[in-house]
Design a protein around this ligand. Structure first.
Ligand code: 1HN
Length: 348
């Protein structure tokens, strides 16, 4: 049945509206269709792409313009115009930024309530220390800094290092739960995550369910993740969507609480349709000759290190532009949040 048209604010006597305002009251009906639109949401998030070749020179320039001491984190935010650039949102729950660290620089230790991950884009020699564990950064590596964990970045190499930051900041900020605490340089304690949880089928008995570590793996090396994708593609020719999920190896849950992280392999020449689901989603090309991303009437060509974001409730079609080489893609979405809130939907 069609929605009936509801009365507008202008249909009410001005004096009545003033009386309501004076008592901090508002009539629902003029705004009801806005907050509860018919049949599907009206996302502010617009399908948007950011080319690395556009970002990189501006980020390098930021390195000349603003010393690290005056920036703490030297980041250009990938802001979705649908939300307004000042909101610094890629989607309702996802923040994206490209961060530059120059040789010898230190981004000082802090911890905060939003969860973060870094997807390393370029350069060698930098590291993030997370809760005492020194995590070296190489292209394609994913490093977690979950809520509340201390982290700082350093750089012993001789070339700029750039990575993509993904945070659930918009969500945590909206909840009025966003804050940070500064710390002092962390004492290093060797991490064992990669060694102890390197085989998905077996995990170390002494730590299983008895670990005081909520996050057993902080660094996912790209070499391991890529090998897992290639194994999957070779073993399961019938599997259309060659994708792996970054999980918490101790409990099988998503690696972090609010956003989901995935790596996808498009076979040479493959076209992959991803169903319309409620969460917004981000795509970042790690390796390959590029891919085409279609969302409704928009088509983007994403090359190495390019990033795109699409709203929920619409299907996405990805096409590997190379007939010879696989294309590897990092993805982030809002599924863990939607599932926890009970609003997750897959419309096919
Ligand atoms: C943050 O702590 C980092 O630690 C990067 O590198 C980006 C964006 C908003 C709030 C905190 C970092 C951030 C951030």
């Amino acid at each position: 049945m069609e929605d009936v048209e509801l009365a507008k604010l202008e249909d009410l006597p001005q004096s009545y509206v003033q009386d309501l305002t004076a008592h901090n009251l508002v009539p629902l009906w003029p705004s009801l269709r806005g907050v509860l639109p018919p049949t599907k949401p009206r996302p502010l998030t617009q399908a948007t792409a950011w080319a690395y070749q556009d970002i990189r020179p501006l980020l390098i320039q930021a390195g000349e313009l603003t010393p690290i001491e005056k920036a703490e984190r030297r980041v250009l935010v990938l802001a979705n115009p649908g939300h307004g650039l000042q909101k610094m949102q890629a989607s309702a729950a996802i923040y994206l930024g490209m961060q530059l660290l120059l040789p010898g620089e230190l981004a000082p230790p802090h911890r905060h309530t939003p969860n973060a991950v870094r997807m390393i884009v370029e350069g060698e020699g930098a590291y993030t220390t997370v809760q005492g564990e020194k995590c070296p950064m190489s292209r394609g590596d994913l490093i977690l800094t979950p809520t509340g964990l201390w982290h700082e970045h350093g750089h012993d190499g001789d070339q700029p290092v750039i990575w993509l930051d993904v945070l659930d900041l918009p969500m945590v900020y909206y909840m009025e739960t966003s804050y940070h605490v500064n710390g002092t340089q962390q004492e290093l304690t060797p991490g064992h995550g990669e060694a102890q949880y390197s085989r998905a089928g077996v995990i170390p008995t002494p730590f299983f369910n008895r670990s005081d570590k909520a996050y057993p793996i902080l660094r996912f090396a790209w070499t391991d993740v890529k090998a897992a994708l290639i194994n999957l593609a070779n073993d399961a020719a019938q599997v259309e969507c060659v994708q792996v999920t970054y999980i918490n190896a101790l409990n099988g849950h998503d690696a972090e609480n609010i956003l989901g992280y995935y790596a996808l392999m498009l076979r040479p020449g493959q076209t992959l349709r991803m169903p319309a689901r409620s969460p917004a989603c981000v795509f970042h090309v790690i390796e390959g000759q590029g891919m085409e991303l279609k969302f409704e009437d928009k088509v983007f060509v994403l090359k190495d290190a390019d990033t795109a974001c699409v709203p929920g409730y619409g299907a996405v079609t990805l096409k590997n532009l190379s007939a010879e080489q696989a294309c590897f893609v990092f993805m982030t979405d809002e599924s863990p949040l939607h599932r926890k809130l009970g609003v997750y939907e897959n419309w096919g």
